[in-house]
Design a protein around this ligand. Sequence first.
Ligand SMILES: Nc1ncnc2c1ncn2[C@@H]1O[C@H](COP(=O)(O)OP(=O)(O)OP(=O)(O)O)[C@@H](O)[C@H]1O
Ligand SMILES: [Mg+2]
Length: 1013
Amino acid sequence: MPGLRAEVASLFAEWLGLDVERYTSLTTVEDDTSFVSKDGGLMSLLLVHGHRRVVGAAELAHLTGQLVTLWGSTLSGHYHTLDICFHSDPAATDREIDWMLAPSVQTAARQGLDLGAIFAERRRHLPRYAATETVYLALWTAPTGLPRTVRRQERRARRQRLRDRHRPGGFTRDNQNTEAVNRDLIDTHRSCVATVLADMTAFGFDLELLPVERACRELRGRIDPDWTPDDWQPLLPGGFPRACEHPDGTYDPSTCWLPALGSQLIPRDLRIVDYRTVQIGDRLYQPLYVDLPQLTEVQRFERLFERVRGERLPWRLLIRLTGGAEAWLLAKRSISSLLYFAGHQNKLINQSVGAMRKFLNGGGLGVRAQMALTSWVDTTQPAGRGRTHAEALRARTAQLASYLQAWGACTVREYGGHPVKAWASTVPGLSTLHIGTRYVAPLAEVLVTLPLFRAASPWRRGALLYRTRDGKLYPYQPGSSEQGTWNELYFARPGSGKSATMNANNLGLVLSSGFRRLPFIRIIDIGPSSEGLIDLLREGLPPDRRHEAQFHALVNDAGWAVNPLDTPLGWRRPLPQERAFLVSFLSVLATKPGDREPAEGIADLIGLVLDLAYAHFADDQSPKRYVPDQDAGVDRALVRHAVALDAEPTWWEVVDALFAAGDPEAAVRAQRCAVPVLSDLVAVAQQPQVRDLYGGAMRLVGTAESPIQLFNRIVSAATREFPLLAHPTRFDLGNARVAALDVAALCGDMTPVGQRQTAVAYLLARHILGRDLFLDDHLARAAPPRYRAYHARRFEEHLAYPKKFSVDEKHRCGPIAAIEAQLVRDQREGRKNNVQVALASQILTDFSAEMIELASSVYIMEYGNDDTAEDVREKFSLPASAIELLRVYGNGPTPAGAPFLCAMKTKRGLVCQLLYLTNGPIEMWALSTTAEDRVIRRRLYQRFGAPAALRALARRYPSGSAKADLERRLEHSAHPALDRDQVLDAIVGELAGAIAAAETAEAGPLPDAEEGE
Ligand SMILES: Nc1ncnc2c1ncn2[C@@H]1O[C@H](COP(=O)(O)OP(=O)(O)OP(=O)(O)O)[C@@H](O)[C@H]1O
Ligand SMILES: [Mg+2]
């Protein structure tokens, strides 16, 4: 009896039009990517991520031209229908952010990094500027394209197959019909999908053919997200159907078969609320359709999108394209001529029908199009503003309709009577039914109105979430396998966000998926731009691992001594690349200020002197003698390990002995005394081998000096000018993994002499930061025998993790060849050693053709003026439309984020987009490079730790800076004697008070930065 009741209820539901099966055209699947529809046709669902490059007017014309050819031929054979669906749901943005960030959150947890506040803030802050959006392309192949006789034959054969097959008892419309497919269509469908996928990819689109399980999950997620967990799986052929028993013990034989797709995709019942509203799950929908298309002018989809986005409406739009425009128009001839007498609008229609006919007769490609759309409200969420859900929905629908009408004067209507049908017309790939009025239009014009040209990121997830100007999330993962090399260039004028973006990218690298430890990141900085990043990491690490992130401001005195002539442990002479570095380094010292290179022959002389120096101080010539008290640490280690030494041991013997005693740290310290120092080179340069070649009567062009005299002079000058270069090394980075050196104290000004000094500082910093990183397997094997295993182990440990060199403020070095050569060498060898190089400069000429050639990502933050923009375009080979976007929107950072033009070489081709880095107040405070803000941040970190300090700063100054408040206080102060320090003290005092108060009381919710771009 219950069985009968269920059957009757189901019949009623069907009769009332509430039966989900009735609106699902799909019955089963044919292969991994194709569904079968009830009429024997096929459907494949593609996800269109968008286009990889900026699509300006010129690109649009080119792309529509290409698509007209491709889609024109797809639609011409009466087989295929294309549904293009745009779905945007601002309320689901935080969930998408969670999904995109999930791998980074896991990485941070594995690394023991506490960045919870940053992740939580991104989830809270970004949805103000971005919303989830998805574009689907459903490609249907219907039997209507087959000749009638073939269709008849196939129907007969299918019936026969069904008869032959032993069917279970419950084979009804509640089950999947695995015999439904029309076999004559399978090849046609597959080849059409493959062609569309391949050709559109070749045109620069980023699209993905969805496997059937994933397509089912996408569809169900669009229909009833709350009932669609991420791991939901449909029951499809190949899966395991289950027989089920009703609670009363009866057994339903129909469930032995695979349940029909309708009930799987629409898990909860449909309920018609009124003649225009339908409830599905927890959502109320009021669908609309377009009755008359854009009559006045054809506008891009983005124009409509911009308007709707402002209101943060959830909406979905489905446009169906079918072929056969000519035949259809022919059939409509009589109707349209009747219309001609019936009013102004009809005349317009008639005229456009006439124009369309002319267009088609002239060889133009036309298409039949239908358009339906819907907004919705979620009944589980408050409707807001004292309205009921129905009223809120009404308001949304009216808004959507008005935007559509403003979009080229479309005429929009509600589909009275049967909202379910109208709703089904907006779900991609669900139904062959579509309630939209058919109209005929030139395919090229329709293409312009489609949401195909949205910005697409090759990354689906990433530690960095950029966004486009119009609010599409743009994940990016630095150092990922999407790119073959990872060299970055940043170019813009001061204060435009270069360092901030570089910091964000470095943080992104730290959070790459799969890391267990921090990668090796080395930053050369003038000023403390990277201090925020280092502090953030250090504060996020457990106390016993804080040494892994270090920031140092180098000081030019013996206490910070760094001997550039150091070699890796055990090596009596430098590795080839270290020797090359030393030649570069000494060449820079020997370069006349203002010149790019030293005088001819100097580099050779330097090479020769270096070789002789290392040979001279090696074990078999005149090694340096060990003297106690030179390094207390070494002396203690010798006693601790009870090392027995000769009567007059050399430092090299001490090195070997300590290493043999199992104390490589002490051995490293001892080795610092064994290697030559800079001043030793002067003596070596007097050796006859050198004098014979470069001394005597030889004179450099334009001076009275011999090369040796010049060499001696520069080395003496260097030891005088740079006390930190003149002594055995004292400063090292220990086990730091992320380290930044601020070399401001060593740098000169922007005069040629100053630039040369800066270049020396940069090369020195490069040496300090990089000497551990450029070991390779071959060199580990070439180490002195007893040290081989030690170096091989270190190499293994380093190899698994990427190493990144960031050089900020590169313009300060001026155009010095040695720096360029060093950076290009690092860029070039980077891929093999897993090293990435990032360079930031305010000067365009700083980037040589070779650097640009080797760069995989270029960031340009600002337009500057017309002349520089043209130079930039040419230099980085950027499209004109991208530069145009930069001109309009590249106006520097605002609370809504810092805009930049980004061009990246990826394995899928060149990517070029205008993007924004939008940080919330916590992240902005954490990474701020503004001097006053750093002072406040540092003082609060010291007293309260990073999380509490950042929370308080973000709450008090949601714009990410206290500078404006500081200036205001100074300006409006009643005390003329008040100075900056006092105001800073006052601000810090107030914030400290707020933190102390918050620690006692429960903290309220965080405000976010002001909106606006
Ligand atoms: N994504 C962002 N969102 C909001 N503000 C930003 C952003 N990026 C940068 N800023 C603001 O701009 C200031 C300057 O940024 P940044 O130091 O990165 O510029 P820069 O290009 O490196 O300048 P310089 O060439 O002088 O080093 C920051 O202190 C911050 O206040
Ligand atoms: Mg900077």
